[in-house]
Design a protein around this ligand. Sequence first.
Ligand SMILES: Nc1ncnc2c1ncn2[C@@H]1O[C@H](COP(=O)(O)OP(=O)(O)OP(=O)(O)O)[C@@H](O)[C@H]1O
Ligand SMILES: [Mg+2]
Length: 477
Amino acid sequence: LRTADGGLGVGNRAKVNRVRVDAPPWRSWRTKSRAARAIRFVETFCRIPSGANAGSLLKLAPYQREGLERVLADGNRIAGWQIPRGNAKSTLWAAVGLWAVSDPPDAPQVPLVAFNSIQAQRTLFRPMRAMVEASAELSDRLVLYMGSNDRRIWSPWNNGELLPLAADVERLQGLNPTVALIDETQTVSPEVYAAILQGAGKRPESLVLAIGTPAPGADASALFALREAAGSGASVAWVEFAAPAGCAVDDREAWRTANPAIGAGILHDDVLAAELAIVSEAEFRCYRLGQWVAATVASWLPQGAWDACETVPAPDEGAEVTVALAGTWGTSQAIVGATPDGAVFLAWGAETATDDELAEVVAAAMERWDVTRVVFPPQTRTRLFERLDEGGVPVEIWDHKLDATSAAEWRRAIIEGRFAHDHDPMLAAHVAATVAKSTPDGGLRLVAGDGPADACRAARLAWWSATAQTEAFAAIY
Ligand SMILES: Nc1ncnc2c1ncn2[C@@H]1O[C@H](COP(=O)(O)OP(=O)(O)OP(=O)(O)O)[C@@H](O)[C@H]1O
Ligand SMILES: [Mg+2]
């Protein structure tokens, strides 16, 4: 028997000595095509690594079998597979990897790539290990290297090697893979992907297999690039599962179309229903419906919506107004007013201001208008707040629990044309510099993107506080 090299520990060496190096049973299979051999191998030797049916043989669902037939078709050099979360991507790729290192006779090399090497180990190598350990035939034929710096699988009979790799361009260019497996391809950069292709180009029979799920903001990823290439007629085999464009987000038929694992009994639609309640629609459409929805971290208003609002100038002297202040040291300071019907105007703005300057601005505003409240964000200018409070100014602290609701409601009012402002250029610039992030609970959070955005924040606080919604919504949220 051949033995492994010096990288093994003593305990492992004993195991190596038991590994067989003679021709394995699949060597005598008459099955010819790459896809048919892989499918047969997977269903004969690979066991479900985790979950409810862990330990039983992996019976491929029709979508898994048909997908493999497409991506492994003879002659393919590059194949991509887009499918939502939880549709057994990693499990399938792990099983395919074990076939790829075990079957071809001529020293196959099988790199595993994901966002980084830790991810490749977690999503692919770990289930592979479970599959090898659960199978007497595979344990007889494959050596698992489990060193902290040396994780790989060696197939002695054909000198096959499988190893999780860092997403490192130089290292990947130096490879000579037979089958390169990429998981979570939406997290892999086009540069890393190009390096894998470059390595793969050295063997006439090599195949790059990439699987992944659309994600908000992943339109700069290898998965998106592959999809574009396939769509524009490049020789990329492409399999895609997605809900029909424009479907309702809660359309369960559409869920089943996008998620064949539901029909196969691998995934339950309760999981999707629970998730729909807590993530943003954009995230759900990407992760669970396979739809390439524009990034959630993006402009928070449709193009032109702010400019299209009705123009209402700052109110006359003596009018009732709410003002809100926002600003951080070193970015900008703004005081924005709102009339009782919600028309917003910039009362004052500057790059920086001392407490004294701000106190003067507030005093001037109180002289000019009937200021019913001065709203401060929490933990902002606390000394100024106390000073104004003691001086009889009607100061209030903003309840940050209202952030998501006020952002969503304000956005809606702007888009639906129920909002007016003075079209001040500084306010417009701060609105344009504001970006939206979806919160884990599906809400909208407005934050500064490029450049100061404090006037936008003050405007939201003033608008919300001035209009009657405050108490009604506070009762709900
Ligand atoms: N053919 C099958 N029959 C039954 N169960 C299966 C089958 N294939 C996979 N499974 C199980 O279904 C689950 C799928 O999980 P897996 O991690 O492979 O999905 P995934 O698409 O990679 O998920 P994620 O998007 O979160 O990365 C695992 O628990 C796996 O063991
Ligand atoms: Mg996975």
